[in-house]
Design a binder for this molecule. Structure first.
Ligand code: HEM
Length: 513
């Protein structure tokens, strides 16, 4: 029998493995120290990063939402511009609202892109208006802008109002029973039904059926417990390199299929049946598909994939933002009874003048409601952070700092909007601060829809649909607070969402019964 002997190489394998591991750990540590010394090497004041979170530990540990985590960074510094790390990515946080406005408007030629993930060939759904860079963005924006005018919006009013009837049907029995209802959930379902109808061109059933695929899809996107979702959102917004290296798509495959199927079905159906024209956004896109830019040989009009990518963007961009306007306004009004009474009196008076009907014109007369919406957007900006990437070296005015091409720039909208320096008594809800007769805020620090050429293209739609929802609800129902005014926000989300929703007691208005 042969004696059992151990191979020499086997014996040396253990220590070798340990050496390799130690070397690897050392290389990783030194690599990370190098990454996190970026701002020190560039001589910019910066916040101390933590390996491996950079300055976003609160977000990574799901203690705070993206907006609140960045707001904390805003509050921790006093510099006009300060270096931070979004995980591994160095970025500049602009803490001066006037400089931020200048970056977005006057110095736009240095900052025309957002620097988020966009790969038209591998991932056509990522190539939407929000993400496209440079000339491709400019061309698409020019094409889409005429579909977002107030004239087009006026034409879409009947479609908006049709959905609004469903909102009343849904709320009336709940109010009759004096129930406590999560008004964030109701507002979200109303907004989704409007978006389905106005943008996708079909009737969804979110208000009546909480299992409607249109709601499920948005819930999936916002699900902070999905590991893959978190990787995807981090990849889209914070580290585009993550999606490029991993080959992951910006949207989960199921969601991509859902958007493509809905849009393809609509476009093909309407192109085969031109007599079935509807006054909605899908129809405008269909018309645009045929209108290639004659001055540009490479322009063949819009492809179905481009339509799907943008309609899906409008769904995501419009849903949580408009839901926020409606539900946070209701929340604040339940805690500000005087403001509630004033808004309601105005609505009653205007509806009476217009024979009880809501129209584009009647909405323009609701000046106090407009102040409320403005104040809601200040306290709860739909997107709590704006971002740009520097596309050409930028010497920061009145300083010796130069922002280098390729640097990510973060504008902390939530931090700016709650800064006493720009908005006195910032924690309070004071619609009157926006009154033209006695303004009490810094107008150069207020841009809830962004500013400059890259601002929100759907702002009119967002405001109109929010105001219609508010007018309907405030004219019929009484809302009472069941939670404190100060809110905590759902962690790990991009938009601001109240933790636990916005439950309110709803009853029929006694004076309207
Ligand atoms: C009250 C509701 C809304 C709020 C508060 C809001 C807010 C914003 C903000 C802050 C931005 C970034 C602007 C910037 O970076 O300067 C943005 C961009 C955008 N929003 Fe909205 N939004 C709302 C509704 C909508 C709706 C209904 C749509 C649907 C059409 C929409 C579509 C977009 C698009 C496509 C962009 C990117 C524009 C571009 O890069 O050219 N938004 N929005």
């Amino acid at each position: 029998m042969l004696p059992i002997t151990r191979d020499r190489s086997d014996r040396s394998c253990g220590p070798m493995f340990v050496y390799t591991l130690v070397l690897f750990a050392l290389a990783l540590y030194l690599g990370l120290r190098y990454v996190y010394s970026y701002w020190a090497r560039h001589g910019l004041p910066h916040l101390r990063p933590e390996i491996p979170y950079g300055n976003l530990r609160a977000l990574a540990e799901k203690r705070e939402s993206f907006g609140v985590a960045v707001n904390e960074l805003y509050e921790r510094s006093t510099y006009r511009v300060v270096g931070v790390y979004l995980f591994f990515r160095p970025a500049i946080l602009v803490r001066d609202a006037h400089l931020a406005k200048r970056i977005m408007v006057a110095d736009f030629q240095h900052f025309h892109d957002r620097g988020v993930f966009c790969d038209e060939h591998r991932d056509p759904m990522s190539a939407n208006l929000f993400a496209l860079p440079g000339a491709r963005w400019k061309r698409l924006r020019a094409k889409l802008t005429p579909t977002f005018t107030s004239g087009q919006l006026r034409q879409m009013m009947p479609t908006f109002l049709d959905v609004s009837k469903k909102l009343l049907e849904q709320l009336e029995p709940l109010a009759a029973g004096g129930r406590v209802v999560d008004m964030r959930d109701i507002a979200s379902r109303y907004v989704l039904d409007v978006i389905a109808s106005v943008f996708f061109g079909f009737e969804a059933n979110c208000l009546r059926d909480p299992e409607d695929p249109f709601i499920r899809t948005l819930e999936d996107i916002n699900n902070p417990n999905s590991f893959m979702n978190n990787i995807r959102s981090a990849g889209v917004f914070v580290c585009p390199g993550l999606l490029k290296i991993s080959g992951l798509s910006s949207l989960p495959p199921g969601m991509r299929r859902f958007a493509m199927e809905v849009v393809t079905r609509q476009i093909e159906h309407r192109e085969r049946n031109p007599q079935e024209r509807r006054k909605d956004f899908m129809q405008l896109l269909i018309d645009l598909r045929r209108e290639a830019d004659k001055t540009d040989e490479s322009d063949d009009g819009l492809t179905i994939a481009q339509c799907a990518a943008n309609v899906f963007l409008f769904y995501v961009a419009g849903a949580d933002t408009s839901t926020g306007v409606i539900s946070f306004t209701l929340h604040e009004l339940t805690h500000n009874r005087q403001a509630m009474a004033k808004a309601r009196q105005e609505i009653d008076a205007v509806l009476e003048r217009y024979g009880g009907t809501i129209s584009y014109e009647s909405l323009q007369e609701l000046t106090y409601l407009d102040l409320c919406v403005k104040e809601t957007l200040r306290k709860y900006p739909g997107l709590p952070i704006l971002n740009r990437i520097c596309t050409r070296d930028y010497p920061v005015p009145d300083s010796d700092i130069v922002v280098r091409e390729g640097t990510q720039v973060i504008i902390p909208l939530l931090g700016i909007s709650r800064d006493e320096k720009y908005f006195p008594d910032a924690e309070a809800y004071l619609p009157e601060r926006f009154d033209d007769q006695a303004p009490n805020y810094d107008p150069d620090a207020y841009y809830p829809f962004g500013v400059g050429p890259r601002n929100c293209i759907g702002l009119r739609q967002g405001i109109i649909l929010s105001k219609i929802g508010l007018v309907l609800m405030l004219s019929r129902f009484e809302f009472e607070a069941t939670i404190p005014q100060k809110l905590r926000f759902e962690p790990a989300n991009v938009t601001l969402m109240a933790h636990g929703g916005l439950p309110m007691k709803i009853t029929l208005r006694a004076d309207r019964a």
